[in-house]
Design a protein around this ligand. Sequence first.
Ligand code: SF4
Ligand code: MG
Length: 338
Amino acid sequence: DDVVLRAEHISVTYEGERPTHAVRDVGFELRRGELLGIAGESGCGKSTLAYAVARMLGPPARLIGGRVLYRDRTGAETDLLALEGDALRAFRWSRLSVVFQSAMNALNPVTTVGRQFDDIFRAHRPRMRRPERYERARALLDMVGIDPARVRAYPHELSGGMRQRVVIAMALALEPEIVIMDEPTTALDVVVQREILDEVQRLRDDLGFSVVFITHDLSLLLEISDRLAVMYAGSIVEYGPAERIAADPAHPYTQGLLRSFPDLAGERRALRGIPGSPPDLRDALPGCPFAARCDHAFEPCGTETPTLVPLAPGLAPGTSAACHLHAVAGLLPEGRQP
Ligand code: SF4
Ligand code: MG
């Protein structure tokens, strides 16, 4: 198959007097060239999952278990969780890079944009000569829609949107196969956000890298993702093609999220959030973590933890939800035909 990254059984705990079990036995697959969205409210573990995969967790976060297999074009697999030192550093820029929400924090305020590209090349491409590094930095800026002359600019001389474009260009500098983007446009206004998303999709089409795109904004993800994972309380509760989830959400939590924003295409519906709040991730969670907020909760939900199961035979692999309704004939959430 064409899977470039496969995460299996990832668990992460924030240590403390009462440890927080932020990510609970999560797995996903990233295919070559696809945009995989990871959606969920703040605190659901989506960023923690991404940082675990990118090997960027630090104390008090601790990876409790799991594997992250990277597969190169020859089919050879590497377990990222086993990489250390230089091998890990090389991997992080050349094969996988990360774009954070805050471009201001990702850029060094006291050096020019060009110098920051230069640092990446000098660290990872020691044989590149200075003129070549300079030309490459200019080409990368051009590629993300910034005047190459801005190579001489300091970050504060650029708008927020331009800074975020610079950060994206830096993430692409060594032509990685995987780019993880954590709320990359959340701090920007809607118009700039739209421009940058279009840019990311165009670059993805041109360069063929895969994207893991993390945001609380499910409506945005439904639009840009090929496939989608919806997280709740540290677990993936629904997973599958974005089109299917948009048309026919299977998990009561996804249904609630979809009801809580207006339908862009059709008539405006009343905004309806999901009453209640997520469970405390410091506690053991017997049963379904969504049970206290779920209109459909029934007998097994309070005691048995649902696992991700395929929704129906014959659907694309990975089309799944973690809900007892799908294991019980005749009890399907609204809108679904048995
Ligand atoms: Fe609701 Fe039960 Fe499904 Fe959880 S397992 S989402 S409580 S119906
Ligand atoms: Mg986050």
